[in-house]
Design a protein around this ligand. Structure first.
Ligand code: PMV
Length: 341
């Protein structure tokens, strides 16, 4: 039977890594395992119209505006995943996508974007062919999202999510992400704030694709990959026993190591801005003086993700952020997200 036109839609959140993925091999195989929190509010909503009678082509609209560059990227991606979805090149796609977080905010939209596209593709696959269970379908969506943008594969699952083979996490794989076992997570980590300070709008000077590539010639790369693997040992203990002090130390170390790797690349590059450094120093001062669990992580960009537990005693932290840290952002920009599961 033939289905001429199908429209499917889905949405997918962004995620923020605690142990970072930076460096990869052929076919989007990560050089080390990573673990992230999936956000609740920062999402991409995508609708995908598939016109089966047309020759293969892709048209994309971001927030209503046609984006030719993005369409080219998706076309290439679809060709790349044909071996896993044999029907994929047999029609025309009109893809409409919008983010719930501000455009050009620098919040990773590739993770939520590819996550949403992979979910839409699995919905079409469900219509055309597959007999996969819900669980298998989700795993395949994670597998497909990985081939679009590595970190996207983690966005398919809620809560804490691991991508990359780790001896510490049963069932973990380089090919898709898995949810970190709920029973192994202390309650303190199941309700956490992530307030993203928008330090700098506009394009990053170096894309993450180029950044990953520079790890191939970075003399510290192997040591870094080893360290990330090793960091799963304390992370596992911390997540189980709720040791906030060790958690903070580990998460900040991971963020700074990511950026240190960039500085030690050849050519070197720096994605932090003055505001990033100012905020980090103020967070450290605040923690020393107030003794409250406010800490940060960074993505491949200048924005600062401010992390703190959401357990009813965070008023002082919120006031501090609003009175002392917002001034370091562009246009008082902050996106307030939370991770609850
Ligand atoms: O998924 P990519 O290729 O955009 O890589 C992103 C990597 C970091 O965001 C810097 C770290 C991570 O693990 O998400």
């Amino acid at each position: 039977f033939t289905i001429h036109t199908q429209i499917v839609s889905d949405s997918c959140p962004s995620n923020i890594a605690l142990i970072k993925y930076w460096g990869k091999y052929e076919n989007q195989i990560p050089a080390n395992p990573s673990i992230s929190y999936t956000l609740n509010h920062c999402k991409t909503n995508t609708s995908m119209e598939f016109l089966a009678d047309e020759p293969f082509s892709v048209q994309t609209f971001l927030a209503g505006n046609e984006e030719v560059k993005f369409a080219e990227k998706i076309e290439k991606y679809f060709k790349n995943i044909e071996e896993y979805l044999p029907w994929i090149l047999k029609g025309k796609y009109i893809i409409r996508t919008e983010n719930t977080f501000p455009h050009s905010s620098g919040i990773a939209s590739s993770a939520s974007g590819f996550g949403a596209i992979a979910k839409c593709l699995m919905k079409l696959d469900g219509i055309f062919s597959n007999e996969l269970s819900e669980e298998e379908s989700l795993r395949k969506a994670s597998f497909l999202a990985r081939l679009g943008s590595g970190s996207a594969c983690r966005s398919l699952y809620n809560g804490l999510v691991v991508w990359g083979t780790s001896d510490e996490v049963e069932g973990s794989s380089d090919l898709f992400a898995v949810q970190y076992p709920d029973a192994e997570i202390h309650d303190i980590f199941k309700n956490f704030n992530d307030w993203v300070l928008l330090i700098h709008e506009g394009q990053k000077s170096v894309s993450s694709t180029v950044g990953h590539g520079l790890m191939n010639t970075n003399p510290y790369a192997e040591r870094r990959f080893q360290e990330a693997r090793e960091n799963f040992v304390p992370m596992k203990e911390i997540l189980k026993n709720g040791d906030m002090e060790r958690f903070i130390k580990l998460v900040e170390h991971e963020a700074l190591t990511l950026h240190a790797m960039m500085m030690m690349s050849d050519p070197a590059f720096i994605l932090m801005k003055t505001g990033t450094m100012e905020v980090i120093n103020k967070v450290w001062d605040f923690r020393r003086e107030a003794g409250l669990p406010l800490f940060f992580t960074l993505d491949a960009g200048a924005n600062v993700h401010l992390l703190f537990p959401n357990n009813g005693s965070e008023d002082q932290i919120k006031t501090f952020i609003e009175t002392e840290l917002l001034q370091h952002t562009q246009k008082n920009g902050v996106v307030k997200d939370v991770m609850t599961f």
